[in-house]
Design a binder for this molecule. Structure first.
Ligand code: HEM
Length: 467
């Protein structure tokens, strides 16, 4: 019997809607929901795709019926080539075990210790800036979040004498991300043994990465006392110390996969959130002025600390609104239906793929008045309470909600406060800045910005440590 499908955009016989999709993915998805409603059907070559555009249906996919779905094969194949069976790419029972083991590393008390490191690195980055210099701010933010993730994940600057560990790892990560983006663009990934230029690049990156990680992990095991590795304050220590209910620790291969996953998931996302924030602030002087007023009155020239964050509500609103307009994770990983699932009165057949897109939800006028406008003022506590769950979802939702959510929000708020207290960033390019949907939503060609010192006295940089 033919399955009744929800409506959706017309496509071509062979490619379906793949070409329209690739032109501007977030826009295609948004227009589809606006035109066809809460559940849209389209086809990307041979992939039968259901796009969910209503909070209640998203709840069905991510919460109520989540056991009927797993991560889609395309995502698992492309990302799994480097991230193995880590938190982002694993499923079912195994994922639940790993999530339980990793959770203590993200306990709020634990991650709060990283506030000092975040502020210190922001200061270190700014030490390299000169008043009135023009730079690609996406590059600066990427470097900054990479240093922070290396330090908090495996205490990077303390592990090799040459001090190049973070650089080796981040260049391996860059190669992996570049190849993965090209695979997504193609819509498939050739098996690793085929010696294409991209496969060779990714295999080399994986070998480099694994070599460094193995050194780090075995170093930690060597200094263990009575089989107990030392807690050096970073996330890796916690992962190595975690035991499951059967008394089992993670083995070295699994530790590597989790570290690669946290590294990959944990820096480009936050870096993009910040780059888009600078871009928006530069175009909205009234928002920028209000942000500066808050920073100047609350911090009065002191370095921001964890204790200041509750007193910087507007700073937080600015970040939330930037992540609404430009959600770094513009789409969740596809979800493969493991069995037929009923959604909004339709049957989503086994084997089809479900898309959930934070970008789409964040741009719907039924939830966000003037959705294209940058208005941090909208994010009042009352407004947030009144929003249906899953209308605003930069970190996804359900059991697979981002494990680094609180880490990322603390990081973004601290970095914005530290930098905006010292510098104003103005747009220094005439070409329009366009989004590009890769694994994350990036500015297509970076953003050239001029950094200008503000006239506020800020106390000097402190020591780099897990305070
Ligand atoms: C602004 C920054 C960030 C954004 C927007 C973001 C967004 C997301 C989203 C949307 C998901 C869900 C993906 C899905 O359901 O398919 C996710 C998962 C994940 N994120 Fe983040 N993330 C951010 C920062 C971080 C950080 C800092 C870390 C770690 C240090 C991290 C680690 C992870 C991991 C491990 C997962 C997989 C969780 C699981 O499936 O159990 N993320 N993130």
């Amino acid at each position: 019997m033919a399955v009744k499908r929800p409506s959706g955009p017309q496509g071509s016989l062979i490619m379906g809607n793949a070409n329209q999709f690739r032109e501007d993915e977030p826009k295609f998805l948004l227009e589809s929901v606006k035109t066809y409603g809460d559940l849209v059907y389209f086809r990307l070559a041979n992939m039968h795709t259901y796009l969910v555009g209503h909070p209640d249906l998203i709840r069905e996919v991510l919460v109520t019926q989540s056991d009927k779905f797993e991560k889609a094969p395309l995502d698992k194949t492309i990302l799994g080539k480097f991230l193995g069976n880590g938190l982002l790419t694993s499923d079912g029972q195994f994922h639940r075990r790993q999530r339980r083991l990793a959770q203590p590393a993200f306990h709020s008390k634990r991650i709060q210790n990283y506030a000092g490191v975040m502020v210190d690195y922001a200061n270190q980055i700014m030490d390299g800036w000169q008043d009135e210099a023009v730079m690609d701010i996406t590059h600066e933010m990427m470097h900054l979040t990479m240093l922070i993730v290396s330090k908090t994940l495996f205490n990077a600057d303390a592990i090799t004498e040459s001090g190049d560990t973070a650089e080796t790892i981040s260049s391996a990560m860059d190669d992996f991300q570049a190849v993965s983006n090209r695979d997504y663009q193609r819509g498939f990934s050739l098996p690793n043994w085929i010696p294409t230029a991209d496969n060779r690049l990714r295999n080399r990156a994986a070998t480099e990465f694994n070599k460094v990680m193995d050194q780090i992990i075995s170093g930690r095991r060597q200094t263990a006392v009575n089989g107990q590795v030392e807690d050096t304050g970073d996330l890796l220590s916690m992962l190595m110390l975690s035991v499951d209910e059967d008394g089992e620790f993670m083995d070295d291969k699994q530790l590597r996969d989790e570290v690669a996953t946290l590294f990959a998931a944990g820096h480009e996302t936050t870096s993009n959130a910040l780059s888009w924030t600078w871009f928006l602030l530069a175009q909205h002087p009234e928002v920028e002025a209000k942000l500066h007023a808050e920073l100047d009155s609350v911090l009065a020239g002191h370095q921001p600390t964890l204790a200041d964050l509750p007193n910087l509500p507007y700073t937080l609103q600015v970040i939330k609104e930037a992540m609404r307009l430009y959600p770094p994770a513009w789409i969740l990983n596809g979800r493969l239906a493991l069995e037929d699932a009923e959604l909004g009165g339709y049957i989503v057949p086994k084997g089809s793929t479900v898309f959930v897109s934070p970008y789409v939800m964040h741009h719907l006028p039924q939830y966000f008045d003037e959705p294209e406008a940058f208005k941090p003022e909208r994010f009042t506590p009352e407004f947030e309470k009144s929003l249906p769950k899953f209308a605003y979802m930069p970190f996804g939702g359900g059991a697979r909600v981002c494990i680094g959510n609180a880490f990322a929000m603390m990081e973004a708020q601290l970095l914005l406060a530290t930098i905006a207290q010292k510098y104003r960033l103005a747009l220094a390019q005439t070409e329009p800045v366009r989004h590009k949907a890769q694994i994350t939503l990036i500015p297509e060609n970076g953003i050239q910005m001029r950094v200008m010192e503000r006239e506020t006295a800020v106390s000097p940089t402190a020591e780099l440590s897990f305070a």
